[in-house]
Design a protein around this ligand. Structure first.
Ligand SMILES: NC(=O)c1ccc[n+]([C@@H]2O[C@H](COP(=O)([O-])OP(=O)(O)OC[C@H]3O[C@@H](n4cnc5c(N)ncnc54)[C@H](O)[C@@H]3O)[C@@H](O)[C@H]2O)c1
Length: 260
């Protein structure tokens, strides 16, 4: 693989599983030094020998990205490891299904805090290290749910719509510093999050449920975590130097159809 990110320092959130893990790995394969943030320390620890044996320069760091103090303290440590930062990929996210009358305030806060507030917390730390670098690329994971919706996902959809607006706004605020910010909108990606949805909606056949969702995408298959990681790696690279403030749809064609 071309090492087009050699010499770049990167932080990836939600890096213990799914799209975040794939992103940490793809960025490292392309030559970046990566700090992998996640609140699931046990899962991060399982990955240490895997990353080591693959000679990937990925340093795991436990951090709950919804907690302002934890994020500030993690970025202090990150600043000690590398004072200049090129790439921040905000991938951590959660979903809880239900119509709003069946959801609690805690359900709302859990999703908005993880999917949106955490980006405010990490980005405001990251831009300082990116300014020291002279440039940077922030990639925030949104979802197709920001543009078209399904039933029982109102807080999740609201958080993902917020990601696009937030990202567009910081793209303008930091353009003069050479910092780009883009949102990525994936369709259905085969990850532990999607498997959990399959188990909830079709407990007797979660694999079948996921396969069916994949078939609903015009390209006809479930997206793999590395497919989204590759889009993130492109946005992180100089090849994307004129792309900022953009919602980048990566959905196997899902949003192209009316679905009727
Ligand atoms: N899987 C899909 O179909 C899909 C589609 C569109 C968008 N997305 C988005 O992509 C992102 C990644 O999704 P995924 O499917 O890989 O999810 P996943 O559940 O498989 O992995 C999410 C990771 O985020 C971590 N995380 C959650 N809350 C955290 C917190 N407070 N602090 C630190 N780490 C935390 C988890 O421990 C986990 O490692 C999410 O933002 C999700 O909303 C996923």
């Amino acid at each position: 693989m071309e090492k087009n990110l050699a010499g770049r320092n990167a932080v990836v959130t939600g890096a213990a599983m799914g799209i975040g893990r794939a992103t940490a790995e793809v960025l490292a394969e392309r030559g970046a030094r990566v700090i992998a943030l996640d609140y699931n320390e046990a899962k991060l620890n399982e990955l240490i020998p895997i990353w080591k044996s693959a000679s990937l320069d990925i340093t795991p760091m436990q951090c709950d990205v919804t907690n302002a103090e934890a994020v500030a303290s993690a970025f202090k440590k990150i600043g000690d490891i590398f004072p200049k930062l090129s790439i921040l990929a905000n991938v951590a996210g959660v979903v809880r299904y239900g119509k709003i009358e069946n959801l609690s305030e805690a359900d709302w806060d859990f999703q908005l805090d993880t999917n949106l507030k955490a980006m405010f917390l990490t980005c405001r730390e990251a831009v300082k290290l990116m300014r020291a670098n002279g440039s940077g690329s922030i990639i925030n994971i949104s979802s197709v749910q920001a543009m078209a919706s399904q039933q029982t996902v109102a807080p999740y959809a609201a958080s993902k719509g917020g990601v696009i607006s937030f990202t567009r706004s910081i793209a303008l605020d930091y353009a003069a510093d050479g910092i780009r910010a883009n949102a990525v909108l994936p369709g259905s990606v085969e990850t532990p999050m999607l498997r959990a949805a399959g188990e909830q909606f079709n407990p007797s056949d979660p694999d079948g449920a996921m396969k069916n969702w994949g078939a609903l995408h015009p390209l006809g298959f479930l997206i793999q975590p590395r497919d989204i990681a590759n889009v993130i790696a492109f946005l992180a690279s100089d090849e994307a130097r004129v792309i900022t403030g953009a919602p980048i749809i990566a959905d196997s064609g899902l949003l192209a159809g009316l679905g009727v």
